[in-house]
Design a protein around this ligand. Sequence first.
Ligand code: 0O2
Length: 232
Amino acid sequence: MPQTNKKSGLKDDKNVRAFLAKTIGEDAESDAVMNMLREFRWNMTLYRCAIREVQTKFEVLDEELSISRVRNPIDRIESRVKSPESIADKLRRNHLEFSIASMRENLNDIAGLRIICQYIDDIYTVSDMLSKQDDITVIKVKDYIHSPKPNGYRSYHMVVEVPVFFSEQKHSVRVEVQFRTIAMDFWASLEHDIRYKKDISDPAAFAADLKDCADIAYSLDVRMQKIRDRIK
Ligand code: 0O2
């Protein structure tokens, strides 16, 4: 999940239109494609607004906690809206049809936020604070910190639903929030790059080394937290 994704800002409607036309097998000038483009744009606006709503909540929490705890638990926040290509890929991988309804129904991570925290316990503090807010509904939690993936991936994933108030109606929108420490994010970003490098013929050859690095990053997190506690 890269930083705020300009690709899916739909500035270039022509490319998106061509992509939609190819994906649904219709002419780019057809009514079907034009209608889909309109609906797609509207939905992407909704997802971008949902990101803003949730991001503001974290900024508020971070500012408040920086006063009561004399440090900021959040190092930085990244966000992105999934690109049309990634949306289509994920639906295809899950053997689902490509349609606006299917994407709204089946994908939890079209709107994505990444909260990079300083320490492991900050992740649990801020995620708990978010989940207790009365306009937030927690849909799903995956704790890859307590149960890391076999490759060493650690992160705390939460899918939440947030209301977005448009002029005429309130919409509930799902947003995926990934919480990581700086060390977890360092590992995941490099691992992601390595995994998607096309010129690496045998990615499995690096698996053991990468898993080692993930474990080292985690022990660094644990040690840094202990040092912080000693200073406290
Ligand atoms: P991108 O471009 O990173 O967003 P769900 O849809 O909730 O049922 P999902 O999304 O299939 O479940 O799986 P999961 O494990 O909850 O989360 C997937 C996302 O977590 C990935 O997004 C990555 O961002 C991140 N992630 C999961 N496993 C790994 C890993 O082993 N290495 C790294 N670097 N990141 C991982 P996508 O879909 O890859 O797209």
